[in-house]
Design a protein around this ligand. Structure first.
Ligand code: G3I
Length: 400
């Protein structure tokens, strides 16, 4: 699909943001030096896109998308001028549906599966040479009301199995990977192994996790099966406890021969929280020893507590993108980075059901590499620069 939209950030805009980063003491000259070497207008498409920078490193880069907003027909006949559609075509070589493949979206009624949006996404990705992740097959949220009303200890096992067989079966051979189980660990619930108190745990027991993975493997043997969770990035006591419980789960899976290929580190980060560090690095290396890949599945950087306007927020977000991705992309078993949306306007943090009100000044969050107008923010360059420094050789991962 041809790229007809030229989106760009000016060197002046970026220098101002980089200078703001310096003023909060968080930059060692890197971003400022980068800014100074940029041309007056910084192109973001074609060879300058995130996907083009990722490819030589054997990396996949992408974002969460709402398939209903994509102009798939226009993309198919090369006539689309829709900025959201062009942005995803230009920047991503992997896509994930933000909501369309969850139970709540796929299962309007017990006997009805609605694959309309998932199929649209697969078609769009095919047009653009992009891979697709499935999100997700088993979660405690976004389940249809009828499920909660009808599931019980007698039928829950069958309900989960049939859902995974049908959904993973429908997309069989078309997906790069599936988030098979999402967010099953929550140590504060006080249950054995740090398991989260969920409907599935209540009705099936701890066995539900293994059941989900084994069923998914049978339904789609080609998809990389992933366990996906959040708040396991930082070295705070709470996140260390959760990360340890996730690692213990992965070890139990491996010991029992449960088919699992990757762990998703969601990476919903906070611009004012301490940076991720050694604990996450060790977690990624432990996963590597177990033969597991680590996917950055849902990265964004909230600016709830950043004092100042757009420039201060952009500076803080850019630093987190740069430092976090430099840390994780140094590890050879991290082949994928996805952000949770590509632009601020469509971020869950900007939606009515998100945490929009958490900024004391009432202004919107700026958590992603493109802003409300789909213009690149300094995070775009920070992200691209981190991708460029990834220690991976071209074509290094034959499974990509
Ligand atoms: O589609 C309905 C719409 O008809 C209705 O008018 C509107 C009213 O609020 O709600 C719409 O549904 C919302 C849906 O997003 C689509 O916008 C749901 O209420 C809302 O709960 C849902 O939120 C999603 C959330 O997961 C729960 O599924 C967010 O968009 C999505 O970003 C968020 O994503 C999660 C990942 O799946 C897992 N990791 C954390 C991440 C962020 O919370």
């Amino acid at each position: 699909m041809s790229q007809t939209v030229k989106s760009h950030v000016t060197r002046r805009q970026f220098c101002r943001a980089a200078a703001a980063i310096s003023s909060v003491g968080a930059v060692s000259g890197g971003l400022l030096a980068l800014a100074e070497t940029q041309p007056t207008v910084i192109n973001t498409t074609g060879p300058d896109s995130l996907r083009s920078h990722a490819a030589p490193h054997g990396l996949l880069f992408g974002g969460a998308v709402n398939p209903a907003l994509l102009d798939v027909d226009g993309a198919a006949n090369g006539t689309t001028t829709d900025p959201y559609t062009l942005l995803f075509a230009a920047q991503a070589n992997i896509l994930v549906a933000e909501n369309s493949m969850k139970w709540g979206a796929l299962r309007p009624a017990p006997d009805k599966f609605d694959f309309t949006q998932g199929d649209r996404l697969i078609r769009f990705a095919g047009l653009n040479g992009q891979r697709v992740r499935g999100h997700n097959l088993c979660w405690h949220e976004s389940n249809p009301a009828w499920l909660k009303a009808t599931a019980n200890k007698d039928n829950a096992r069958q309900l989960l199995t049939e859902h995974i067989q049908t959904v993973a079966g429908h997309f069989r051979g078309k997906l790069h990977s599936w988030d098979v189980v999402n967010e099953a660990i929550n140590p504060p619930d006080g249950l054995p192994d740090g398991l989260r108190k969920t409907m599935w745990l209540d009705l099936i027991g701890p066995d539900y996790l293994e059941l989900a993975f084994r069923t998914a493997a049978a339904a789609d043997p080609q998809a990389k099966l992933t366990y996906n969770d959040y708040d396991i990035e930082q070295d705070t006591p709470k996140q260390i406890a959760k990360r340890d419980a996730v690692m213990a789960l992965l070890r139990r899976f491996k010991a029992k021969g449960v088919p699992i290929h990757a762990v998703g580190v969601q990476s919903h980060l906070d611009a004012t929280a301490p940076p991720a560090g050694k604990g996450l690095q060790e977690f990624i290396r432990e996963a590597a020893k177990m033969g597991l890949e680590v996917f950055v599945t849902e990265m964004d950087v909230n600016t709830h507590a950043v004092v100042g306007g757009a420039e201060a927020q952009d500076a803080a977000v850019a630093v987190v993108f740069r430092d976090y991705l430099r840390l994780v992309l140094a590890e050879p078993n991290v082949p994928i980075v996805l952000t949770w949306g590509l632009d601020d306007a469509h971020s869950w943090l900007s939606q009515a059901h998100g945490n929009q009100s958490r900024r004391p000044d009432g202004t919107r969050e700026r958590p992603l590499p493109f802003d409300d107008d789909l213009k690149p923010t300094p995070a775009f360059l920070a992200l691209r620069e981190a991708i460029d420094t990834a220690h991976r050789s071209a074509g290094g991962n034959s499974k990509l």
